[in-house]
Design a protein around this ligand. Structure first.
Ligand code: NAD
Length: 304
């Protein structure tokens, strides 16, 4: 077998469904790493953007999945994943082993587990739940943190892909385990965003050089990757979306439902959820998650 043949066996054709903030840069990165990527998104502008970066754009999800070894999903909600997989034109009706799904979306744990079982029963295909952390920049650089659930054979089948997607790829257990880890991740992310907003307004009001605070705290107990990223965004009021307010609110809703099922108290997460619901109510759903800072901004015209 030639080197080219070996590469083709190692690297199945990819279908990529959902070419948004995450799927756009990730699919383009995979093309740059030599993968063949057949993509689809319901928004034509997102298809056009991915097409200019080498993704072969298809008319629908079924066309994209035709002949693909791995079907990658990066969709906004649990309902969207259900529609793509089990709707009237769902992929479950046309997929066959050894095709597999790799779902990078953040979706509800119970429904995600149900989808995995349904695909196995209906089509005999494997499914790796592989939610991610790191945002669009890491998606475009192939340096995401991926937390996954998979059976052993599915784990082995996605290892080569993950080497190009992730700086850290961890399978925590059977299918569904990645979604559980992502709930934990989002509990921390949601609470930290709200905390950093509170922190930032206090730093700005305190009469010190607020821009030097991250440097001053670096390496100490309050330091962190998220803090270093979002504090400057809050300081500069740069709320262009890298991840949407509506998404973090969706995630916090799911974390709370998950914890409630397990009867685990989560008062901090509930507080963060309230703040994000207020932010969405004020019309800021499409802004960056760091826009939670807006709840703390003072109205310049208000009497002091
Ligand atoms: P996005 O809204 O930018 O992208 C989702 C894309 O899916 C959109 O382009 C949308 O048009 C497309 N889509 C919706 N329904 C579809 C369908 N039926 N068929 C084909 N395409 C469809 O969102 P995103 O930021 O890329 O996030 C995607 C997923 O990744 C979400 O589950 C999110 O929670 C998760 N996530 C996002 C980030 C982030 O920082 N943005 C980080 C980690 C995880």
């Amino acid at each position: 077998m030639s080197t080219q043949d070996t590469r083709t066996v190692d690297r199945p054709v990819l279908a990529y469904i959902g070419l948004g903030l995450m799927g756009g840069p990730m699919s383009a990165h995979l093309v740059s790493r030599g993968w063949t990527v057949r993509g689809f998104d319901t928004v034509p502008a997102r298809c056009d953007a991915a097409g200019t970066r080498g993704v072969q754009i298809c008319a629908n999800a079924r066309e994209a999945a035709q002949g693909a070894g791995l079907v990658l999903l990066n969709l906004p909600t649990t309902d969207a994943v259900e529609e793509v997989m089990f709707g009237a034109q769902g992929l479950a009706q046309v997929m066959q082993p050894p095709q597999r799904v790799v779902d990078f979306s953040t979706i509800a744990v119970d429904r995600g587990r149900d989808f995995i079982a349904r695909l196995r029963a209906q089509a005999g295909c494997g499914w790796v739940d592989a939610p991610v952390s790191g945002g669009p920049a890491a998606a475009g650089a192939g340096t995401l943190t991926v937390m996954a659930g998979a059976h052993e054979d599915d784990h082995a089948a996605v290892a080569v892909l993950m080497a190009d997607v992730a700086a850290r790829f961890t399978v925590l257990g059977p299918p569904g385990s990645g979604l559980v880890a992502k709930m934990l991740n989002q509990l921390m992310v949601g609470c930290l965003h709200a905390t950093v907003a509170e922190f930032t307004v206090l730093a700005e009001t305190a009469g010190i050089e607020a821009d030097r605070v991250p440097q001053a705290l670096a390496g100490g107990h309050a330091d962190g990757v998220l803090f270093q990223q979002i504090y400057p965004r809050m300081r500069s009021r740069d709320f262009a979306p890298r991840g949407y307010v509506r998404q973090l609110l969706k995630d916090l809703d799911m974390v709370l439902a998950f914890a409630k099922d397990l009867q685990v108290p989560t008062p901090m997460t509930a507080q963060a959820q309230t703040l994000y619901r207020l932010l969405a109510h004020r019309g800021h759903s499409e802004l960056d998650t760091s826009a939670v800072f807006k709840l703390y901004e003072r109205d310049r015209d208000a009497p002091s």
